[in-house]
Design a protein around this ligand. Structure first.
Ligand code: FES
Ligand code: FES
Length: 153
C-alpha cells in the first residue's frame, strides 16, 4: 500500500492506506482522532467537517491521496485548550445537546468567521445550513456563531 505524508494539526504523520481511503477513516482509524464524526458518508450532513488549508471541507468525501502534503486541521487542533473564540462561544451559549454534530458545526463556524467576522443572521444561517443537527439545536448554534463573531472582531 502507498504511504502518504499527512500534516494534521501541525504534525506530520506517515500513513499507509489505499489511495481511495476516505480521510475521515484515516483520521479516526489510523490516527485515533475521533473528534471528527461519521454521519452520512456522502457529504450531506457536515459531521465530518475539517479544515483543509483553512477551508471547511468534508473529510468523508476526500480520498487520502488527495490531501498529501496539505494542511489538515481537526477539532482536536482548532486550539490547544478549547479556547478558540468559537469554542468559547459554544460553551457560553451551552449549544450541544447529544453533541454528535458539534465538532463539524464548530469547524464550519470557525472557517466561516475567519472570512467574515461581521455576519448578519442570514449569512450565519446560510454558512451553517449544510450542517445537520438531529437534536435541532439550530437556534443555539446561530446564537453561538453570532457571539463568536463579536469575539473575533
Ligand atoms: Fe461527511 Fe456526513 S459524514 S458529510
Ligand atoms: Fe445532537 Fe447536534 S447536538 S446532533
Amino acid at each position: 500500500m502507498p504511504i502518504y505524508n499527512l500534516k494534521v494539526n501541525g504534525q506530520s504523520h506517515a500513513v499507509e492506506a489505499d489511495q481511495d481511503t476516505p480521510l475521515l477513516w484515516v483520521l479516526r482509524d489510523h490516527l485515533n482522532m475521533v473528534g471528527t464524526k461519521f454521519g452520512c458518508g456522502i457529504g450531506q450532513c457536515g459531521a465530518c467537517t475539517i479544515h483543509l488549508d483553512g477551508s471547511a471541507t468534508r473529510s468523508c468525501l476526500l480520498q487520502v491521496s488527495m490531501v498529501d502534503d496539505m494542511e489538515i486541521t481537526t477539532i482536536e487542533g482548532l486550539s490547544e485548550d478549547g479556547g478558540h473564540p468559537v469554542q468559547q462561544a459554544w460553551k457560553e451559549v451551552d449549544v450541544p445537546q447529544c453533541g454528535y454534530c458539534q465538532a463539524g458545526q464548530i469547524m464550519t463556524a470557525a472557517s466561516f468567521l475567519s472570512q467574515n467576522n461581521t455576519p448578519d443572521t442570514s449569512e450565519i444561517r446560510d454558512a451553517m445550513s449544510g450542517n445537520i443537527c438531529r437534536c435541532a439545536a439550530y437556534n443555539r448554534i446561530e446564537k453561538a456563531v453570532a457571539v463568536a463573531a463579536t469575539k473575533m472582531k
